[in-house]
Design a protein around this ligand. Structure first.
Ligand SMILES: Cc1ncc(COP(=O)(O)O)c(C=O)c1O
Length: 457
């Protein structure tokens, strides 16, 4: 029997519920209101998202039902395949068993539609007509554009300027789905104009683009905001990835010793690994979980655990997370989806609880791993995903050195078909490792907000 058949799940095996790690994770702190310091309520969130999504954001329930119309759309590409990377194993001459869960088969080419479809569904149910969002490399923007097309919602995307210019075909994909895409910082919003006044050449960041999208949603009752990462409900929706992987490992009669995901805001990492962490917390097998982040935006390995804003202008609630400071603008490296100053509070709490480890990797090393993967397994990975591949290869080489036959699972969160200009830079030797500015980081950390003491009840 080939591996592909052995790990094959049926449409009926698409999970019927999302798994919420917040039910099992110790130490997760609530979102706080930046004005009062009080925990955020559903009513605080409904100006920018439907009540169902706001309830999911604050929920501590373990299982939340996936609406049938969402499952039906998932069925176009889910269950997503699990592969055994036998040719990569041979090339590395490792005794390790390497597996990867591939999310690039979705129409938009990544894991992001898992939440885009759900958020568009709930917004449509709530009678909303328009969604505003940010995007880095364009994977999230194109996923929300796809979901907007399927649920007949207008979508307005603020795309980080450096990626807007590096990745013109992502913008065209969004426009093909009917969305409007603008380079951020833009002159369309107060937040964008303020940044441009200070720095006309600002390359943009996910934090700035998020401020622009939030401003639009806050000022228009018919527009809601849809987030592509970081928030609890986004990681919740992504849990289909890890739940399927658990079922596939049962079919394979194996269990991973280590599970690896790249980390931008934490959504594919959380989606893949939280169901495994949940099993462990409920007495299941122990598993190492590794977050692979870029050395040029080292949120988990160099950031500070603090309450901070999720966007540059300070429009979001305060989130307790590892952060480089909401005003930090990372250098313009190629994995645009990883250029975010903060981390999902759920991922940060898991790191603090010693349920996961973090590693920072330089982009030249990641692209070399991506090329080795493409030449052995045939799939050209998204630049973001190459971070996970690089760590998986390092783990497989460690197994070789130690003579251990461990099972390694990593998330292949998307394909890199729209990122070939980055591969060109690597292949022609033009790609460089960019260092972040220590002075910029120190200044951003000094500008962390102070949390107001909650008023006495
Ligand atoms: C393919 C892919 N992987 C990973 C990421 C990082 O985001 P997250 O950490 O939310 O999974 C992105 C972000 O755009 C992406 O496009």
């Amino acid at each position: 029997m080939t591996d592909r058949i052995k790990y094959l799940l049926d449409e009926k095996d698409i999970p019927t519920t999302w798994y919420n790690l917040a039910a099992d994770l110790p130490g997760l702190q609530p979102l706080l209101h930046p004005g009062t310091g009080a925990p955020i309520t559903v009513d605080d969130l409904t100006p920018i998202m439907p009540a169902t999504v706001a309830e999911q954001e604050l929920s501590r329930e373990r299982e939340i039902e996936i609406p049938e119309p969402v499952r039906q759309i998932y069925a176009q590409w889910r269950p997503a395949p699990l592969f055994r990377a036998r040719r990569l194993e041979r090339a590395l001459d490792t005794p390790a068993r390497i597996y990867y869960k591939y999310e690039g088969g979705s129409p938009a080419g990544s894991h992001k539609p898992n939440t885009a479809i759900a958020q568009a569904f709930y917004n449509r149910e709530a009678g909303i007509r328009k969604l505003a969002t940010e995007t880095g490399a364009g994977q999230w923007g194109s996923s929300l554009s796809l979901a907007g097309a399927l649920f007949n919602l207008q979508v307005q995307v603020y795309m980080v300027k450096v990626s807007f210019h590096q990745k013109p075909y992502r913008r065209l994909l969004m426009e093909t789905y009917g969305a409007r895409c603008v380079a951020s910082p833009s002159t369309e919003t107060e937040a964008g104009r303020k940044i441009l006044a200070d720095d006309p050449d600002c390359p943009g960041s996910l934090g700035i683009a998020t401020s622009e999208a939030l401003e639009v949603a806050m000022n228009d009752p018919e527009t809601n905001y849809a987030g592509g990462s970081v928030l609890n409900h986004v990681l919740l929706h992504q849990s289909v990835i890890g739940q399927e992987a658990l079922a596939q490992f049962k079919l394979a009669d194996d269990y991973p010793d280590v599970v690896i995901g790249c980390a931008g805001g934490g959504s594919n990492l959380g989606g893949l690994t939280f169901p495994f962490i949940g099993e462990r917390l409920r007495g299941g097998p122990s598993v190492r979980v590794v977050a692979a982040e870029p050395a040029a935006c080292p949120t988990l390995t160099r950031g500070k655990l603090a309450y901070d804003f999720g966007d540059t202008a300070g429009l979001t609630p305060l989130l307790q997370m590892h952060t480089l400071g909401h005003t930090f603008v990372p250098p313009s490296f190629h994995a645009g989806g990883l250029r975010y100053h903060g981390m999902a509070p759920l991922v940060s709490a898991a790191l603090e609880a010693d349920l996961l480890e973090a590693v920072a990797v330089e982009q030249t090393k990641c692209f070399a791993a991506g090329i080795q993967f493409a030449r052995t397994e045939g799939i050209v990975p998204a630049p973001e995903s190459t971070h996970a591949i690089s760590v998986a290869i390092a783990e497989a080489l460690r197994c070789k050195e130690e003579g251990r036959s461990e099972a390694i699972l990593f998330g292949l969160s998307g394909h890199g078909h729209f990122d070939l200009s980055a591969y060109e830079a690597h292949l022609t030797g033009a790609l460089r490792d960019e260092a972040y500015s220590q002075a910029g980081l120190d200044a951003a950390l000094a500008a962390l907000p102070t949390v107001p003491a909650p008023a006495d009840a």
